[in-house]
Write a protein that binds this ligand. Structure first.
Ligand SMILES: Nc1ncnc2c1ncn2[C@@H]1O[C@H](COP(=O)(O)OP(=O)(O)OP(=O)(O)O)[C@@H](O)[C@H]1O
Ligand SMILES: [Mg+2]
Length: 492
C-alpha cells in the first residue's frame, strides 16, 4: 500500500475512533437527560395537580378526597400536551379517571406491590416505561412518575403522571439524527484533513528522496531546508551533514589524487635527469670514451644520482609503512641535547651554504623518551626545512622539559608561510610553492607528512606558527615514559 494511503488510514482511524467514542457517550448522555427532563416536568404537573384538586377540612383536619371537576379540567388541558394522569387511593385502587377512556392510553388499575411498598415509605418512583400488570388494550407505552401524598403522617393518595414514551423517543431520535449528521460531516472533514496531512508528509519525504537521488548521481551540493520541527527535519539535517561530509571527502580525494599525479609527474621528471646522466656515463664507459682520470669522478656522479633515486623511493615506502602502522618503535630514554648536537653538526655545512646561523640553546641536558632513530629523523627533517627555506637568517633550536613531556622548538627567520599553506603542510606531496621543487634538499613534499605521522605515533604533538616573510616556528613535544604509558594518544 502506498505510504499516502497508510498515513491517511492512520489519521482517519484516529479521528473516527475519537468521534465514535464521543458520539456513543453523547447518545447515552442525551437519553438520560431527555428522560430526566421529562420526569422533572411530570413531577411539576403532579405537584400542582395535587395542590389544586385536593380538599382538606381545616376544622377537623381531615383529608376529604379530590375535586373531580378540577381534575377533569386539568386532564383536558394536559391531554393536549400528551400528558395523562391517574390517581390511586390509599388502598391502591385507581380512583381517577373513573371510567375507561376511549382516547387516552389504557392505564393499569392498580400499582405493583413492590412499587406500593416504596411509595408508602415516601419514595417517588420514576418509570421509563410502564406496560402495567393489568393493562387493558395497552398499546401506548408510557413513562411516568409516581408521587405519594401524605396527610397527617398517612399515605392518602398516589398520583401517576405520564407522558407517551413515543414522545420522549421522538426527542431522542431528533437529537440522534443531528448527531448522525454531525458525524457524517465530521467524517468527510476527517477524510479531507487526513488527505491533506498525509499529502504534506509525503511531500516532505519525496523532497528527501529527490535529494537522495541527486546524491546518488554524484551531486553533493544539495542542501535541504530544515527547521528542527520534527524527526523528518532532523533527518533532513542529518542528510545535509552527510552530503557536506561526502563533498568534503570527495574534494579531499580529488586533492590527494591531484597531488599524487603531480608527484608522479615530478618524480618521473626528477628521475629522468639522473637516469639520462647515468645512462650517458655507462655508455661512455662501455666504449672507453671517458678518459682514465675522469672515470672515478664519473662513478661518483653515478653513485650520487642513484642515491637520489633511492631516497625518493625510500621516503615513499617509509611513509606508507608508518601510515599503515607497519613499523614498531623501540622507545627509550636518552639525552636529547646530545642527539640535537649531532644533527646540528651534520647540517652545519648546509646552513653555512645558505648563509644561516644555526643556534642550539638547551641550558642543561634534556632527557627525551622516544625511538632514537625516529627522533633524529623528525628533528633532522624540521631543521633541514628551516635551513632550506631561510636565506641569510638565523635558526634557533631549543629543548626543555615540561610537565610529563619534552618540548623542542625550531624557529627560523625565513620566508614563512601563509595561513592557507600552513593548513596543508602535513599532507603528502604538498609543497607550498611548487617552484621550490628543484631546491637541493627537499623535493618530494613527503618530509613533514612523515614527521607528523612519526610524532603522533609517539603520542606526541607537532604544531606550527608561521608568518610570511617573518619566519616559522615548529613546536614538537614527546611525552615522558610515565605519560605515554598512562595516556596513549590516538594516532593522527
Ligand atoms: N621552515 C619552513 N619555512 C617555510 N616553509 C616551510 C618550512 N617547512 C616546511 N615548509 C613548507 O612546507 C612544505 C612541505 O614540507 P616538506 O618537508 O613536507 O616537503 P619538502 O621539504 O618540500 O620535501 P621533502 O620531502 O624533501 O622534505 C615545503 O615544501 C614548504 O613549502
Ligand atoms: Mg622537507
Amino acid at each position: 500500500m502506498k505510504l499516502i494511503y497508510q498515513q491517511m488510514l492512520a489519521f482517519f482511524a484516529v479521528i473516527m475512533t475519537t468521534l465514535l467514542v464521543v458520539g456513543l457517550f453523547f447518545i447515552q448522555f442525551t437519553d438520560k437527560m431527555v428522560y430526566e427532563n421529562t420526569w422533572d416536568q411530570l413531577e411539576g404537573y403532579a405537584d400542582s395537580l395535587m395542590q389544586q384538586a385536593m380538599t382538606v377540612d381545616k376544622t377537623t383536619n381531615t383529608f376529604n378526597g379530590f375535586q373531580v371537576s378540577m381534575l377533569s379540567n386539568s386532564e383536558a388541558v394536559l391531554s393536549h400536551q400528551k400528558v395523562h394522569f391517574a390517581i390511586f387511593n390509599d388502598k391502591n385502587k385507581m380512583i381517577y379517571p373513573i371510567a375507561e377512556r376511549n382516547n387516552g392510553p389504557a392505564l393499569a388499575r392498580t400499582l405493583k406491590k413492590a412499587d406500593w411498598r416504596k411509595l408508602k415509605q415516601g419514595k417517588r418512583i420514576y418509570r421509563k416505561s410502564d406496560h402495567g400488570t393489568n393493562v387493558l388494550n395497552n398499546q401506548q407505552e408510557m413513562t411516568d412518575v409516581l408521587v405519594p401524598y401524605f396527610y397527617g403522617g398517612e399515605l392518602k393518595a398516589v398520583i401517576s403522571v405520564g407522558s407517551l414514551v413515543s414522545n420522549v423517543h421522538a426527542n431522542i431520535t431528533k437529537i440522534e439524527h443531528n448527531l448522525f449528521m454531525a458525524l457524517l460531516i465530521s467524517s468527510v472533514a476527517a477524510v479531507v484533513l487526513s488527505f491533506l496531512l498525509a499529502k504534506y508528509q509525503i511531500f516532505r519525504i519525496n523532497r528527501l528522496r529527490g535529494a537522495a537521488h541527486k546524491v546518488a548521481k554524484g551531486d553533493f551540493d544539495v542542501q535541504l531546508e530544515a527547521k528542527h520541527r520534527d524527526e523528518l527535519d532532523d533527518l533532513a539535517i542529518d542528510f545535509n551533514q552527510m552530503t557536506t561530509s561526502l563533498r568534503e571527502s570527495q574534494d579531499e580525494i580529488k586533492r590527494q589524487e591531484e597531488r599524487r599525479r603531480q608527484f608522479m609527474a615530478d618524480a618521473a621528471h626528477e628521475m629522468r635527469t639522473p637516469l639520462t646522466t647515468i645512462n650517458g656515463l655507462l655508455e661512455g664507459l662501455q666504449y672507453n670514451a671517458i678518459p682514465e682520470d675522469m672515470r672515478g669522478k664519473s662513478i661518483a656522479l653515478m653513485q650520487n644520482e642513484t642515491k637520489r633515486l633511492i631516497r625518493i623511493v625510500n621516503e615513499n615506502l617509509d611513509y606508507e609503512k608508518i601510515r599503515t602502522n607497519q613499523i614498531s618503535l623501540s622507545k627509550r630514554n636518552f639525552n636529547g641535547t646530545e642527539a640535537l648536537q649531532n644533527i646540528v653538526l651534520q647540517l652545519t655545512k648546509k646552513a653555512h651554504d645558505a648563509g644561516d646561523k644555526l643556534l642550539l640553546t638547551p641550558g642543561a641536558t634534556v632527557q627525551v623518551y622516544a625511538d632514537y632513530d625516529r627522533f633524529v629523523q623528525v628533528m633532522f627533517n624540521v631543521i633541514q626545512n628551516a635551513i632550506q627555506f631561510t636565506q641569510q637568517g638565523t635558526i634557533t633550536i631549543t629543548a626543555k622539559h615540561g610537565y610529563h613531556e619534552t618540548v623542542f622548538t625550531v624557529q627560523d627567520t625565513g620566508i614563512g608561510m601563509s595561513a592557507d599553506q600552513v593548513k596543508n603542510i602535513w599532507e603528502r606531496y604538498y609543497k607550498a610553492d611548487p617552484s621550490r621543487k628543484n631546491t637541493k634538499y627537499g623535493e618530494s613534499g613527503l618530509g613533514l607528512a612523515i614527521v607528523h605521522q612519526l610524532v603522533h605515533l609517539h603520542g606526541g604533538e607537532i604544531k606550527v606558527a608561521s608568518k610570511e616573510k617573518v619566519g616559522t616556528t615548529f613546536t614538537i613535544s614527546f611525552p615522558d615514559e610515565v605519560a605515554s604509558q598512562e595516556t596513549p594518544k590516538e594516532k593522527g
